[in-house]
Design a protein around this ligand. Structure first.
Ligand SMILES: [Fe+2]
Length: 351
C-alpha cells in the first residue's frame, strides 16, 4: 500500500509535465485521459493554445522562408517541391543510400515492414551526399520554419516494404489520422516515385487548420478516448492519434488528396492535418529521406541556436530510441540489424 502511494506521488509530477508539454496518451496519463476534465474542455484548450503559439512562432520565423512556401504551408498544411535537388546530386544521393550500411531498425506494422536508419551526425560523416542534403540551405530553412522551432529535424533513411510481412493485422498507418493534438512536421525526400503500386502519401489539405467543426470533432474524440476497456470503440483512440472516419471528414468539409509524386520530390507535412500511408496495390518498396521535428508545443519560444539544439535533441532521441527498442524487440514488433536496407534493385535516375 505504502509503495503504491509512493509510486503515485512519483508519477504525479511526470503526468503534469506531460500535460504541459507534448504528452498525448489518454491511456497512460490519467490527467490527459480524465473524462470530466475533458468534458469541461481540457483537450480542446490544449489544442487551441498549442495552435495559437504555433502560429505566433511561424509569424516570427517568417523572414527565413520565401513567401510562396509560407503560403502553401499555411493554406494546405504541406509544402511540396518537385525536383528538389539537381539531377546529378540526387543521383549520387540515391546511389549512396542504396549502398549505405548502418544500424537498421525494422518495424512490423500489419503487412508493412518499415526499415529505418537513424542518421545522426556520426552516421552522416560516413555519407557525404546525405550530409550535403542536411546542409542544403532551402531544406534547412524550410524545416526550421515549418516546425516553428527554428531547429533542424531528426534525419533517417526510411525504406517502406509493402506486403513484406504476412500478418492478419491491418497497418495502422493506413488509416487517416492526426499524429497528435498540436502542429508538428514530418518530411520526406522521395528517392523512389510514389504511386498506387507502392502507396503514395495521402493528405487532407486544410485539415491542419482549426475550425469550429474541427474543434467540435476534437471534443467528441477526446471524450471517446477517455472511455475504458470495452466501452472504447477503437483500440487506437487511447494513444492520442485520433483516427477520422469518412463521414466525419465530409461533415468537416474536407477532401482527401493523394500525393503521387516523382522521385526527388520534397514533401513537408503538418501532421496535425489528417494523413495516412496510401494503400499499396502490390508487393513493393519505396525509399525516402525521412525527417521528423516534434517539440514542446506549449513553449512559446524557438531556439536561437539551431545547430546546438539539434545536437542535444539528437542525443536525447538516441537514448529514447534505445529504450523503445527493448520493448518492441521483446514484443516481436521490431528487429535490429547492421547492414543495408533491403532493396530489389538500385533506383535508376538519369544524370
Ligand atoms: Fe501519422
Amino acid at each position: 500500500m505504502l509503495s503504491q502511494i509512493l509510486g503515485l506521488i512519483w508519477k504525479i509530477p511526470k503526468w503534469i509535465i506531460e500535460l504541459l508539454s507534448w504528452g498525448k496518451s489518454f491511456k497512460n496519463n490519467p490527467i490527459i485521459g480524465n473524462y470530466w476534465l475533458n468534458f469541461f474542455g481540457l483537450h480542446v484548450v490544449r489544442v487551441i493554445v498549442a495552435h495559437t503559439l504555433f502560429r505566433l512562432r511561424l509569424f516570427l520565423l517568417s523572414p527565413i522562408v520565401p513567401s510562396e512556401y509560407r503560403r502553401e504551408f499555411i493554406e494546405n498544411g504541406y509544402v511540396l517541391k518537385k525536383d528538389f535537388l539537381d539531377n546529378k546530386q540526387f543521383s549520387k544521393l540515391a546511389k549512396e543510400l542504396e549502398q549505405f550500411e548502418g544500424p537498421v531498425r525494422e518495424i512490423i506494422e500489419g503487412t508493412t515492414v518499415t526499415q529505418r536508419i537513424f542518421m545522426d551526425h556520426k552516421e552522416q560523416e560516413r555519407a557525404p551526399e546525405f550530409k550535403a542534403l542536411v546542409k542544403n540551405q532551402l531544406l534547412d530553412r524550410l524545416m526550421r520554419y515549418c516546425s516553428s522551432k527554428n531547429r533542424p529535424p531528426l534525419f533517417y533513411i526510411e525504406n517502406l516494404c509493402n506486403y513484406e510481412n504476412v500478418n492478419p493485422r491491418p497497418d495502422p498507418q493506413r488509416d487517416l489520422h492526426a499524429d497528435t493534438f498540436h502542429p508538428c512536421v514530418k518530411a520526406w525526400l522521395y528517392i523512389d516515385e510514389t504511386n498506387d503500386k507502392n502507396g503514395a502519401y495521402i493528405y487532407v489539405p486544410g485539415s491542419h487548420r482549426l475550425s469550429r467543426k474541427r474543434l467540435k470533432w476534437e471534443y467528441k474524440e477526446s471524450l471517446e478516448a477517455c472511455k475504458k476497456g470495452r466501452k472504447r470503440s477503437s483500440e487506437r483512440y487511447w494513444d492520442g492519434s485520433f483516427r477520422v472516419s469518412k463521414d466525419d471528414l465530409s461533415e468537416m468539409g474536407y477532401q482527401v488528396k493523394k500525393l503521387s509524386v516523382p522521385a526527388n520530390t520534397l514533401v513537408i507535412g503538418n501532421v496535425y492535418g489528417f494523413h495516412c500511408r496510401g494503400e499499396a496495390l502490390q508487393k513493393s518498396k519505396r525509399m525516402t529521406v525521412w525527417m521528423q521535428a516534434r517539440d514542446n508545443p506549449f513553449n512559446p519560444f524557438f531556439t536561437p541556436f539551431p545547430r546546438g539544439t539539434a545536437r542535444v535533441f539528437e542525443k536525447v532521441w538516441r537514448r529514447v530510441l534505445e529504450r523503445l527498442d527493448r520493448g518492441k524487440i521483446n514484443s516481436g514488433e521490431q528487429q535490429n540489424f547492421y547492414g543495408r536496407l533491403s532493396r530489389p534493385k538500385p533506383t535508376q535516375v538519369a544524370d
